[in-house]
Design a protein around this ligand. Structure first.
Ligand code: CUA
Length: 346
C-alpha cells in the first residue's frame, strides 16, 4: 500500500522515505534498526568498545568544562552594590598555558593510539581457511553479490551463516566497484569500507546472532545513492546451507510461463540480466535466476511482490529516477506475460 502511495510522487520526499522505512521495519521479516550500539558481529563489538571510550572521555571533558563555566558564571556574577570596575587582568601564565596544552595533547595521543590499535586489530585479521568468501560489487545503484566458490550470484541481499563463541563463522568480503566510489556499511556487523573502482578492498564480518541487518551505501554516488540499500541475512548454519542449495539450482522451467520466457528472451532484457540456463547472460544488471527469493526490488526501492514487480518492469524510473534500466514500452499483455515468467524465478 505504502509502495503505491510512494509511486504517486515522482521524487521521494523525506516524509515518504521515513514512511517507507517505518513500513519496511514493520514487515514480516523485520530487519534490525541500524545502530553501532547494538553490534552482532566481532568487528562491530570492537567498534562499540572504542566508541564508548571516546564518548566517555568526551563526556568527562564536557562535564569539567561545563561545570567550571557554570561555577564561574554563578560565583562571579555581577551583584548589586558591586563596584563597577575592571577585574584584575592576567597576561602570560606559563603554568596555565602549559596545562591547557599538555592535557589536551595527552588526551589526543591516548585516543590516537587506542584507535590505531583497534584498526590494526580488525584489518590484520588473517582469513581462516573455513571462512566464507564473498565478492560484493558496488554499482550505480545496487550491490552485486557473488560467492565465487559456491557458484552463486545474487543482488542486494547478502546471506551468511551465524556463528557463536565456540564455532565462529567469519565471512571475508572482497569489495569492488563497477563505476564510481561507493561505501559498504552495515553498522551492526562491521565498520565502513570504501568501494573503489580499480582497487580491491577487503573487509570481514563474524556474525554471532541470526537476524536481518540493513546496511547502506555510505558514500555519495549519484542521484539514487539513498536507494542503495543492502540486507544481510544472518542464518543458522543449516538454514544457510538450504539457501545455498536453492540458489545453486538452475532457474525453474515452469511450462505455464513458457510464453513469458520466450518474450523475455526476445527482449533486450537479456543483454543486461542473467537467468542461468537460458540465453539471458547479460552482466550489467542484477542476476535474475532466483529473483523472487529476494525481499526487495531496486536495492530496497520497493518490496518485491507481483504488483511492484510488474510496476517496476513497466517503468523503473517511477520507483528510482535515474536507474539505468529503461522502460521497455510493453503492451499490457506483454507486461503480464513477462511478470508471470519472472514470478516463477524463485
Ligand atoms: Cu553507492 Cu552511494
Amino acid at each position: 500500500m505504502a509502495w503505491q502511495a510512494y509511486r504517486v510522487a515522482s521524487y521521494p520526499t523525506i516524509a515518504g522515505s521515513l514512511l517507507l522505512t517505518a513500513v519496511s521495519a514493520l514487515a514480516a521479516e523485520s530487519p534490525q534498526t541500524p545502530s553501532i550500539f547494538t553490534p552482532a558481529s566481532t568487528p562491530a563489538f570492537a567498534i562499540r568498545e572504542l566508541s564508548f571510550l571516546v564518548l566517555g572521555l568526551s563526556a568527562v571533558i564536557f562535564a569539567v568544562v561545563a561545570g567550571v563555566a557554570t561555577y564561574i558564571l554563578l560565583r562571579f556574577r555581577s551583584r548589586e552594590g558591586d563596584e563597577q570596575r575592571e577585574p584584575p587582568q592576567v597576561y602570560g601564565s606559563d603554568r596555565i598555558e602549559l596545562a591547557w596544552t599538555v592535557v589536551p595533547f595527552l588526551i589526543v595521543v591516548v585516543l590516537f593510539l587506542v584507535t590505531a590499535r583497534y584498526i590494526y586489530g580488525i584489518e590484520h585479521r588473517s582469513q581462516p581457511p573455513e571462512a566464507l568468501e564473498v565478492t560484493v560489487v558496488g554499482n550505480q545503484w545496487w550491490w552485486e553479490i557473488r560467492y565465487p566458490k559456491l557458484g552463486i550470484v545474487t543482488a542486494n541481499e547478502l546471506h551468511v551463516p551465524a556463528g557463536d563463541a565456540a564455532r565462529p563463522a567469519p565471512t571475508f568480503i572482497t569489495l569492488q566497484s563497477a563505476d564510481v566510489v561507493h561505501s559498504f556499511w552495515v553498522p551492526q556487523l562491521a565498520g565502513k569500507m570504501d568501494v573503489i573502482p580499480n582497487k580491491t578492498n577487503r573487509t570481514w564480518i563474524e556474525p554471532r546472532r541470526p537476524g536481518t541487518y540493513v546496511g547502506q551505501c555510505a558514500e555519495y554516488c549519484g542521484t539514487q545513492h539513498a536507494w542503495m540499500l543492502l540486507r544481510v541475512v544472518v542464518q543458522p548454519r543449516e538454514e544457510f546451507d538450504r539457501w545455498v542449495a536453492a540458489q545453486q539450482a538452475p532457474a525453474p522451467d515452469d511450462p505455464a510461463a513458457r510464453a513469458g520466457a520466450r518474450l523475455f528472451a526476445s527482449l533486450p532484457c537479456i543483454n543486461c540480466h542473467t537467468v542461468r540456463g537460458t540465453p539471458a547472460n547479460g552482466l550489467f544488471g542484477p542476476d535474475l535466476t532466483h529473483l523472487m527469493s529476494r525481499t526487495t526490488l531496486g536495492a530496497g526501492a520497493a518490496r518485491n511482490n507481483p504488483e511492484t514487480l510488474k510496476a517496476w518492469v513497466e517503468d523503473p524510473a517511477s520507483f528510482k529516477p535515474g536507474a539505468l534500466m529503461p522502460a521497455m514500452k510493453l503492451s499490457n499483455d506483454e507486461l503480464s506475460q513477462l511478470a508471470a515468467y519472472l514470478l516463477t524465478l524463485r
